[in-house]
Design a protein around this ligand. Structure first.
Ligand SMILES: Cc1cc2nc3c(=O)[nH]c(=O)nc-3n(C[C@H](O)[C@H](O)[C@H](O)COP(=O)(O)OP(=O)(O)OC[C@H]3O[C@@H](n4cnc5c(N)ncnc54)[C@H](O)[C@@H]3O)c2cc1C
Length: 494
């Protein structure tokens, strides 16, 4: 007799694992299928020569009181891993100044006065709005509504959330960050816009002119609620969630790619390697909407509400990444673990190295690097499709590596000479690691004030097949994908 699981989860990213853990808590029989031999997907890790490298995500968030992970860990009765609360969250390097991005509001406002001397009071007023509106968005999203609503019951479930307290949010649903900057007379402040573009690119994948105001505000205030360097890297969180599922008697199958999902008499069949087939009453796809049509069979695809062509036409970034070991001496002068570099010559076009993040392991975190060394990750947004033109692949990969390392050398002289080894990766690497179509990561790029309305929700249009992850509202980042995982778990457990 083939076992029929209540729920099969395709992909052990943060979205899939958060959902699997919550469903396990509710007593469901759950099977998680992960294609690779690592948990956590783009927030996972790999190990090489005594180093532990974070495969993509490095900055932990949501562990402050009331935060997404604090709440989840409390519900699961789990102890969060040791972590360091960051302030400054990061140093932002521009050729003529380094901005210390402080977590605490007052310290951040003092830094604004020092580093943006032209307009400090207007910028502070803008940030007052960021904190006010961001808190309202949090309140709504933390209640895990199905959004955008797809069924009548989704609309009905949204109604109780529309309280007098959340009505002031309405104006921000139809404006971009740039519209709000105009209100504050900041739309011509190139320095502040360059800074904001850097922060929005890192969190919402876009710039001030294309970013819906409420999404941008929610992302900007999140940094100040608490950013953390998690000991052992973010993959530790994925390991804890997977462990929770197993302790509840459930299965996490590693190196089990799901090649196809089909339906037979109301039961979903998941085909994996060596002709193994698993059966489940419900399926949660955590392997991105980009891969939807390659995962479900033609019959299911034709009944779903995901249009293959329209999906493929939506813009999404890829990532260029460098993993390396570096001697401790290079960063001996600073305690700051995260460094963002912004090239102000291209303030609106912060990809292909125009903006990038360098994350260093904590020198005290001995899981990450051998004695005297630190492990690092550098990442920038890139147009994923260009890397599939193989004609100049190797030269392009090398050129990008030099561009990024040269920029760091400028601020930390001798940096590139102190590297132990350097492993660059492109969207082709991400495609191999995560099986993402064309190596696209980070969800869809918002393209204007109402772009949120075009988001995919957790519903696929197929009864019993749900989706979560960075291509699903509220979008990318370990917090966003965990929320979509929890939204899906809530619906699936009904
Ligand atoms: C370079 C980079 C830096 C980032 N930095 C940060 C950061 O500092 N902080 C932050 O919060 N977020 C960051 N993010 C974003 C964050 O990592 C992602 O939004 C999030 O981890 C995506 O999670 P997900 O649930 O969508 O799953 P994914 O991470 O996409 O994982 C999906 C999993 O599914 C598996 N899979 C795919 N196909 C199949 C299949 N057919 N069968 C079985 N398994 C399959 C994959 O192997 C993968 O493990 C970063 C992302 C990148 C790329």
């Amino acid at each position: 007799m083939v076992k029929i699981f209540d729920v099969a989860v395709v992909g052990a990213g943060f979205g899939g694992l958060a959902a699997a853990a919550m469903l396990s808590k509710e007593g469901k029989s759950v099977a998680v299928f992960e294609a690779s031999n690592e948990l956590g997907g783009s927030a996972g890790k790999f190990e090489r020569d005594g180093y532990r490298f974070q495969s993509g995500a490095t900055l932990g968030m949501g562990f402050e009181s009331g935060g997404v992970f604090s709440n989840l860990y409390q519900k699961l009765d789990l102890q969060p891993p040791p972590m360091k609360l960051l302030s400054p969250i990061m140093d932002i390097h521009l050729p003529d100044r380094t901005i210390h991005y402080y977590r605490e509001r007052q310290k951040w406002y003092e830094e604004i006065a020092r580093k943006f001397p032209g307009d400090p009071s207007r910028i502070q007023a803008f940030y007052d709005e960021v904190f006010r509106v961001g808190a309202m968005v949090d309140q709504l999203v933390h209640q895990l509504p199905v959004f955008p609503p797809k069924k009548f019951k989704d609309w009905v479930n949204l109604l109780p959330l529309v309280k007098p307290g959340s009505l002031p949010l309405a104006p921000y649903l139809g404006q971009t960050i740039y519209d709000r900057l105009k209100k504050y007379g900041l739309h011509e402040n190139r320095l502040f816009i360059t800074f904001l573009n850097g922060e929005l690119m890192d969190s919402v994948q876009t710039n001030v002119t294309r970013c819906p105001a409420f999404l941008g505000y929610a992302a900007l205030q999140t940094f100040h609620k608490g950013a953390y360097a998690v000991r052992g890297g973010l993959a530790v969180i994925a390991e804890q969630l997977a462990h929770y599922c197993k302790r509840a008697g459930n299965d996490v199958f590693m190196r089990h790619p799901i090649y196809q999902v089909s339906e037979d008499h109301g039961i979903y069949q998941l085909q994996s390697k060596r002709d193994q087939t698993f059966a489940a009453k419900q399926v949660l796809l955590n392997n991105s909407v980009h891969n939807f049509h390659d995962t479900v069979d033609k019959s299911l695809a034709s009944k779903s509400m995901i249009n293959r062509q329209k999906e493929a036409e939506r813009d999404a970034w890829g990532a260029y990444i460098i993993h390396a070991g570096v001697r401790e001496e290079v960063f001996a002068e600073t305690d700051v673990l995260y460094h963002q570099f912004i090239d102000p010559e291209y303030p609106d076009d912060l990809h292909e190295g125009g903006q990038f993040l360098l994350s260093l392991s904590d020198p005290e975190d001995r899981q990450m690097a051998p004695e005297g060394m630190r492990s690092l990750t550098i990442s920038t947004h890139t147009n994923a499709m260009q890397w599939w033109n193989t004609a100049h692949y190797a030269e392009r990969k090398e050129a990008m590596k030099h561009r990024l390392l040269r920029t760091v050398d400028h601020y930390f002289p001798g940096f590139s000479e102190q590297l132990d080894f350097v492993l660059p990766g492109t969207p082709i690497t991400f495609h191999k690691w995560l099986r993402r179509s064309f190596g696209k990561v980070g969800g869809y790029i918002p393209d204007g004030r109402f772009s949120w309305a075009k988001s995919y929700s957790i519903r696929t249009g197929l009864d019993g097949v749900f989706q979560c992850g960075d291509t699903i509202f509220p979008g990318a980042g370990t917090l966003g994908v965990t929320l979509s995982g929890l939204m899906a778990a809530k619906e699936m457990s009904k």
